[in-house]
Design a protein. Structure first.
Lengths: 129, 179
């Protein structure tokens, strides 16, 4: 009886957490218009599949928050941090470790990139440490 | 009985003297046609709530060819439903752009907000009918992430804009913030 009650409480808590999460909603409203629902992008918008090439490389963690689409998105620091944790898990199969926090996102988005394409190239071609 | 007969006879003769047959036929015809067209009036249609639309979303039937239709709250363009397509499909000979303006609109039938995708149809010259520029929630150009004044056909094969659709993506968790 005790076990089933605990299990029921855990399930209830899990469903409440899922119901309160805004990641998919924020993705649809703020990202999917250009990057599309599946992240494939188009001839004029980069695909999120390209994030795999950057995963694990020095500077990528900062780059992903400083790109204009993320840094200037009309979202609070908390919601942007949650969205980026969700988005990276979805498109690179690995959630950032440690997860982004609101304070880290707040610091990074204050320094938007002037040349995102150049910065991406720099991260990809940087010699391994 | 004979009194009833006499009363009806009197009534018939009186009406025959006063009213011509053509007059009666025209009145009767008006009543017949008028009765049949009554349900076509907007008043009758407005009373018919909770009709399921093309994309399975319940709402007042409304008229997708009108700018006031609830899904058009953030649109800027010609309504495809006036241009040989519908509010969810492009007219023949045009291609739906993969990149799109997205916003939320409140469905008056259930009071809930829905995420609406205003995919443009591209490839034929601009439609020119049913221009609708509501753009609720849009911001000036310096808020680029909330500005709709782009050619969304940029992502399609042809960059010639024809008209705009209004597709329900899913229910929104909150209306689009005003900031």
């Amino acid at each position: 009886m005790k076990v089933s009650l605990t299990a029921a409480l855990i399930l209830l808590a899990a469903s409440t957490v899922a119901a309160d999460s805004y990641e998919e909603h924020d993705y649809t409203l703020n990202c999917s218009g250009c990057h599309r629902m599946n992240g494939a992008g188009s001839s004029v918008v980069p695909s999120f599949d390209g994030m795999r090439d950057l995963a694990g490389k020095p500077g990528s963690r900062e780059y992903w928050i400083r790109v204009p689409g993320a840094a200037q998105a009309p979202l609070t620091d908390e919601r942007l941090a949650a969205l980026m944790n969700w988005l990276l898990k979805r498109f690179t199969d690995e959630a950032p470790e440690p997860p982004y926090t609101a304070s880290e996102v707040a610091r990074l988005r204050r320094e938007p990139l002037r040349d995102p394409v150049g910065e991406r190239r720099r991260i990809l071609t940087a010699p391994r440490r | 009985m004979s009194r009833l007969d006499r009363w009806f006879e009197l009534l018939s003769r009186q009406s025959a003297r006063r009213v011509s047959r053509r007059h009666w036929l025209s009145r009767f015809g008006t009543a017949l046609v008028g009765g049949a067209t009554l349900p076509l009036l907007p008043v009758a249609r407005a009373a018919d709530k909770h009709v399921v639309g093309e994309d399975g979303v319940k709402g007042p039937e409304g008229d997708p060819t009108r700018c006031e239709y609830w899904r058009h709250c953030a649109i800027d363009g010609f309504l495809c439903s006036c241009c040989g397509g519908s509010h969810t499909a492009c007219p023949p000979g045009t291609e739906m752009s993969p990149v799109t303006w997205i916003g939320t609109c409140r469905n008056p039938a259930d009071g809930k907000d829905y995420i609406i995708s205003y995919n443009d149809c591209c490839g034929k010259t601009f439609c020119g009918r049913c221009m609708c520029n509501r753009n609720e929630g849009e911001r000036p150009l310096y808020h680029w992430y909330r500005n709709n004044d782009l050619n969304w056909c940029g992502g399609a094969k042809s960059q010639t804009y024809s008209c705009s659709t209004a597709i329900v993506v899913k229910a929104a968790k909150e209306p689009q913030p005003e900031t």
